[in-house]
Write a protein that binds this ligand. Structure first.
Ligand SMILES: Nc1nc2c(c(=O)[nH]1)N[C@H]1C(S)=C(S)[C@@H](COP(=O)(O)O)O[C@H]1N2
Ligand SMILES: [Mo]
Length: 347
């Protein structure tokens, strides 16, 4: 079967995963969503020439080759990656950016080294507060702005992976070969691909991709006044049946996935009457930190008619997923229950 992505733009490549490919716990590399601000490297990447520079607020600046990375202690972790703008097009009011539906997300098993091990080798100075990542992808557009963003030192030292493997293979080129950052449980914008430089800073990096975008702000507000996107928000998505599908009376297996960033999903409930009543869904498959949980709800339906199916997740601290997403100029972080409801017909 040819796996077709839903392409939103070709250059740069921005494409989402069709929802039926989000049913397995692991999202196949072939259908993992693509999000690029610049150009995916087209020239063959020579591993022996590749270098990672670590500089800035460190006692010993480093230049590390790939062999050296490969010989360091290894970590294997699962992590659900979501683009900050995922589900943007499901908001009732239009916002700026790629029109993602639900497919700007995927879960993979990543292999690599902990960023803390690299930073400990370089030894952080007293003043170290933020860690900036730079990739070697070429920028697109006349402004030639490079995709550089930073994360707080706490996150960098606690739970950030430098990944060279994705689902048991070397990273595919379009997902950041040979090395990418993964701030576990944080949105994709914090997970630089094609890493070439890590610079430790005394304060957050200042630049277009830190200050003008990837911030949650309202109309009439300066982008800089908004909060920087960080942790992935609690959300549940329905992956079966399909939107507007027509089904027969009988047993309908409703499938979905729920995720909570750095947190844990404790429960998912399903409503088949537009939010009037709720019943618990059952979890399926692996339960790992930073990874989504697959769930199912067996719906016995006898009456023909039009139905709205909703899913609502609750995290381990008892926080419920919000019933409505919160609009913002760039449409980030839409995790509303209503926005993710699906209509089906029983006929
Ligand atoms: N170097 C570089 N890294 C990048 C980007 C980019 O344009 N250039 N896009 C970011 C964004 S916004 C997202 S959502 C993720 C997407 O990762 P994927 O294409 O592997 O799914 O990569 C991030 N890392
Ligand atoms: Mo993103």
């Amino acid at each position: 079967m040819k796996k077709k992505m839903r392409v939103m733009t070709e250059k740069p490549l921005n494409a989402e995963t069709p929802v039926e490919h989000l049913r397995p716990w692991v999202t196949d590399n072939d259908v993992f969503f693509d999000r690029n601000q610049g150009q995916i490297p087209e020239e063959p990447i020579d591993l022996s020439a590749w270098k990672l520079v670590v500089d800035g607020e460190v006692e010993t600046p480093l230049t590390i080759g790939f062999d050296e990375i490969y010989r360091m202690p290894k970590a294997i972790v699962s992590n659900t990656l979501e683009c900050s703008g995922n589900s943007r097009s499901l908001l009732p009011e239009k916002s700026r950016g790629n029109p993602w539906t639900v497919g700007g997300v995927g879960n993979a098993v990543w292999g690599g080294v902990w960023l803390r091990d690299v930073l400990n080798r370089a030894r952080l100075t007293e003043g170290a507060r933020h860690v900036a990542f730079e990739g070697f992808d070429k920028s697109l557009g006349s402004a030639q702005i490079r995709f550089i963003r930073s994360i707080p030192v706490r996150k960098a030292m606690e739970s950030t992976l430098l990944a060279y493997e994705m689902n048991g293979e070397f990273l595919p080129v379009k997902h950041g070969y040979p090395l990418r950052a993964l701030a576990l449980g944080w949105t994709g914008a914090n997970c630089a691909k094609w890493l070439s430089r890590i610079t430790v800073l005394e304060k957050p990096y200042e630049g277009f991709f830190m200050d003008k975008v990837y911030r949650v702000f309202q109309k009439g507000q300066a982008s800089e006044a908004g909060e920087v996107v960080a942790e992935i928000r609690l959300k549940s998505i329905i992956t079966q049946p399909r939107v507007n599908e027509t089904l027969q009376p009988g047993t309908v297996t409703v499938l979905g996935a729920a995720y909570a960033g750095e947190g844990d999903v404790a429960a998912v409930e399903v409503s088949v009457d537009g939010g009037g009543s709720w019943a618990p869904a059952n979890f399926l498959g692996p339960h790992e930190p930073f990874a989504w949980r697959q769930w199912q709800y067996i719906w016995e339906v006898t009456e023909k008619g039009d139905y709205t199916i909703m899913a609502r997740a609750t995290d381990a601290d008892g926080n419920p997923q919000p019933m409505r997403g919160q609009w913002n100029v760039l449409g980030y972080g839409n995790n509303g229950v209503h926005e993710h409801a699906i209509a089906v017909t029983i006929a």
